[in-house]
Design a protein around this ligand. Structure first.
Ligand code: HC1
Ligand code: SF4
Length: 575
């Protein structure tokens, strides 16, 4: 143990603890902007400086470790003076129009400046302005970038894509798309992790909320909305709702109050995806097609973008099943439109997703009978949903837990866990088990595929199951850096699996780039536990037992992998 004094308090901490952590462990928070544990410990912002007795120069607390006998001050006049000047200089290069910023009220720079009581800006304002393609789902506003390097680090170290880099030297140093590419040319997976790790509003999603409001106001359009499984685990976080209170039915109620005509839970079409994907898996498995390489899940468009740009020869190994978002859209514009007696053109299909990549996945086209168009018309993120709830002046505590509309009102526990890493695999195995054994697996049979933490086993969860004498080898991975390592091992034949689930975002969609932002906190696994809790308490826990899915097949699709199912629910993954 190391003994030292911080702000007059005698403390004792383990060796190699950073000053910042030592202070924090003892109830002394030190302000910071760039620091992220394990990811960005480079003292780029210098806001975390402290004064050390006997030393003239201030030291940064995030990347210096404690030493025996140190006497430190985190808030001395000298520290406050320096910290203030540092923040004033950062503000001189920052577009300070906080009122019209997507991160207004949830910005670390705003908080640090407020805490320092900075009410005037002594330095000349010179925020930079780079061009950006505003059509792209990911928006970067260079005038707000504080060069903390977090986006560079998360894209490089966690996602292994290096979309961002430093450009220029000295005071002209800036962050931009690497190799002087345009963002639409870069291998961006649209996972949105750079957004959720940005301490300010330099990165955000393209705002599509006005398109939804316009559709709601259009009397010619029937607005149908689906809400993804992971959204329920995050939307309440900044609306004052506890995880227990933030039920998906309340989101559905909020959408109805805003003017949506029909509202649904995407867990329904997650069940539909399982029906198709589990059948496809068993078909490919028994035909001996998976001897060389496994079948990969295809519901995460971040992963699909990644495999297309990084491992194009593996695209053919993806399941042909469309994602639940796209399946729902296809069913809304066919089965549902017919059930309410309108033409598909009248249906305006909106989805609420924890994800940015879903905004590009929606560009997928559907040709069905006379209809040629999109399955999904607009995708908004969880953050955009919360903005809409706020702008509609809906009081969250008045929302009611209403069911989804018919004939697609039921989603099972299997559909709900899609939002957490391992969930798609577990849901598929429950149904594959039933197909092979003609009975449901006992609860917890496939728990082994659940991840215990993003960092453990490089985020890879391997498992092997014997189902009625059939041996199935599975792997589940989240995070694209982890995925790259896994794919390389598969290529080198160091490992062999039959079925692999990949989610681009660490922890799965619960940690998606469209979820609410809590600077410095990784909440994916907490949120994931919430989904597993909901699954435990679901009345129906297997996709094949979903009564609305059974009805859909009986009345419309006939059976999984039927001709009609292929037409509506599968894709060839165009490059
Ligand atoms: Fe996901 Fe999925 S789990 S991909 O994250 O397969 O976005 O939640 O909706 O489509 O169901 C996202 C979540 C989501 C799809 C499902
Ligand atoms: Fe989107 Fe989920 Fe994939 Fe992240 S893991 S890119 S949120 S689908």
């Amino acid at each position: 143990m190391v003994n030292l004094i911080i702000d007059g308090k005698k403390i004792s901490v383990e060796e190699n603890t950073t000053i910042m952590e030592a202070a924090e462990q003892n109830g002394i928070p030190i302000p910071r902007l760039c620091y992220l544990k394990g990811l960005n410990e480079i003292a780029a912002c210098r806001v975390c400086v402290v004064e050390m007795e006997g030393k003239e120069k201030l030291i940064t607390s995030c990347n210096n470790v404690v030493e025996e006998g140190m006497v430190l001050y985190t808030n001395s006049p000298k520290v406050r003076r320096h910290r203030r000047t540092t923040v004033e200089l950062i503000l001189s290069q920052h577009n300070n129009q906080c009122v019209i910023c997507s991160r207004s009220g949830n910005c670390s720079l705003q908080k640090v400046a407020n805490d320092l009581n900075i009410l005037e800006l002594p330095y000349k304002q010179t925020p930079e302005k780079q061009e950006w393609n505003k059509e792209f789902p990911l928006i970067r506003d260079s005038s707000k970038c504080i060069k903390c390097m977090r986006c560079i680090q998360v894209c490089d170290k966690v996602q292994s894509l290096n979309v961002w880099d430093l450009e220029g030297t000295g005071s002209r140093t800036t962050v931009n798309v690497s190799r002087r590419q345009k963002i639409e040319e870069a291998p961006c997976s649209l996972c949105g992790q750079c957004i959720t790790h940005c301490p300010v509003g330099a990165l955000s999603e393209r705002d599509d909320t006005e398109l939804v409001w316009d559709a709601i106001a259009d009397p010619e359009k029937i607005v149908v909305v689906q809400v993804a499984p992971a959204v329920r685990a995050s939307w309440g976080e900044q609306l004052g709702l506890s995880p227990e209170e933030a039920k998906v039915g309340k989101i559905l109620d909020s959408l109805k109050r805003m003017g949506a005509d029909y509202v649904f839970d995407t867990a329904f079409s997650a069940d539909l995806t399982i029906m198709e994907e589990a059948s496809e898996f068993l078909e490919r498995f028994t035909a001996g097609e998976l001897k060389e390489r496994p079948m990969f899940t295809s519901c995460c468009p971040g992963w699909v973008r990644f495999v297309k740009s990084q491992f194009p020869h593996m695209v053919k190994d993806l399941s042909t099943a469309k994602s639940p978002q796209q399946m729902f859209g296809a069913v809304m514009k066919s089965y549902f439109a017919e059930s309410i007696g309108v033409s598909p053109e009248k249906i305006f299909s909106v989805s609420v997703m924890p994800c940015l990549a879903k905004k590009s996945e929606r560009e997928m086209e559907l040709f069905y009978g006379e209809y040629a168009g999109h399955e999904t018309d607009v995708v908004i993120t969880t953050r955009e949903l919360v903005k809409m709830i706020r702008s509609a002046h809906i009081k969250p505590d008045t929302l009611e837990d209403i069911p989804g509309d018919n004939p697609m009102s039921v989603g099972t526990g299997a559909g709900i866990i899609f939002g957490a890493t391992g969930g798609v695999m577990e849901a598929a195995l429950r149904t594959a088990y039933f197909t092979l054994k003609k009975e449901n697996p006992p609860a917890g049979t496939f728990k082994q595929v659940r991840s215990t933490g993003f960092q453990e086993n490089n985020g890879i969860q391997e498992a092997e199951f014997d189902i009625d004498g059939v041996k199935v080898r599975t792997a589940v991975v989240s995070g694209l850096g982890n995925t790259r390592e896994l794919l390389k091992k598969i290529e080198r034949k160091e490992v062999q699996y039959d079925f692999v689930e990949v989610m681009a975002c660490p922890g799965g969609c619960v940690g998606g780039g469209g979820q609410l932002i809590h600077d410095g906190k990784e909440l994916a696994f907490e949120r994931g536990k919430n989904l597993y809790y909901l699954d435990d308490r679901s009345e129906v826990r297997c996709s094949h037992d979903n009564p609305d899915i059974k009805k859909l097949y009986a009345e419309y699709l006939e059976k999984p992998l039927s001709h009609k199912a292929h037409l509506l629910l599968h894709t060839e993954h165009q490059m």
